[in-house]
Design a protein around this ligand. Structure first.
Ligand code: BGC
Length: 240
């Protein structure tokens, strides 16, 4: 693994934060205080979203960007040790893809890679007690934190919710398109009501691109967080 440039004292460190989404690939360079160092760029996720196609599109997206010293990436599936294990909303075989290593080889920078909801959570949690993050986008992301420590790869999305329908099928972007916003909001409210007595979290954060369509009254200690947090969490990813 390449060394973390921040380990050298007095060196300004910029982080390139990348979010691999089922609909879009997004990137933004931020400084040590989370301030944007250029535009947030986005390109549609190539279809079919095979590892090769996504890698190529990512490299094209980030190559014109300014200077940065390290990279943080959020990925829409299970990730262990920089290797992707699943990607329900992408295509092709992501079961053993060394994504962090590949991006590091193409850019010459160290890369840290985590599940997208995990990265989002790192950008918003308080770091105390049990905190649950649910992201509402193409799929449904879920991340659990205990006193600021991430419990990796809790894939609540694929647990049955109602009948044969999983949580993800119940509140995904496709569900919203099919049901309309009003019914989709009711579905999200039911999901929240279901997870509260199961996880008994101190706080729940709702994020992801579709959280802007939420119109329900939220229970206490549940709040909507800005989608940009998904990128800002990339800074926290380098705090050991
Ligand atoms: C994946 C999760 C991911 C979520 C949001 C789900 O289908 O299983 O790992 O966080 O989508 O992208």
């Amino acid at each position: 693994m390449r060394p973390d440039p921040a380990a050298e004292e007095g060196v300004a460190v910029r982080t390139l934060c990348i979010d691999v989404g089922g609909t879009g690939l997004k990137a933004l360079i931020i400084d040590e205080r989370g301030r944007a160092q250029g535009p947030r760029v986005r390109v549609a996720t190539p279809r079919p979203a095979t590892p090769e196609a996504v890698l190529e599109a990512l490299c094209a997206l980030i190559s014109p960007l300014g200077k940065y010293e390290r990279i943080s990436m959020g990925f829409p599936g299970v990730v262990t040790g920089g290797i992707t294990r699943s990607a329900p909303n992408l295509d092709g075989d992501w079961a053993n893809f060394h994504l962090a290593e590949k991006v590091s080889a193409s850019t010459g920078k160290p890369v840290r890679l985590l599940n997208d909801a995990g990265v989002q959570g790192l950008g918003v949690i308080e770091g105390k007690g049990v905190e649950l993050v649910l992201t509402l986008g193409t799929g449904m992301g879920c991340a659990l934190f205990v006193d600021g420590r991430y419990v990796p790869n809790l894939e609540l999305a694929h647990h049955p919710f109602k009948g044969h329908q999983t949580y993800e099928e119940y509140v995904s972007a496709k569900a919203r398109e099919k049901l309309g916003n009003k019914k989709w909001n009711k579905h999200v409210a039911r999901v929240i009501a279901q997870v509260i007595p199961v996880f008994n979290p101190d706080r729940i954060y709702l994020g992801g691109g579709n959280s802007k369509h939420l119109r329900i009254a939220l229970p206490p200690r549940v709040k909507v967080t800005p989608n940009e947090a998904g990128l800002l969490g990339g800074l926290a990813l380098w705090k050991d």
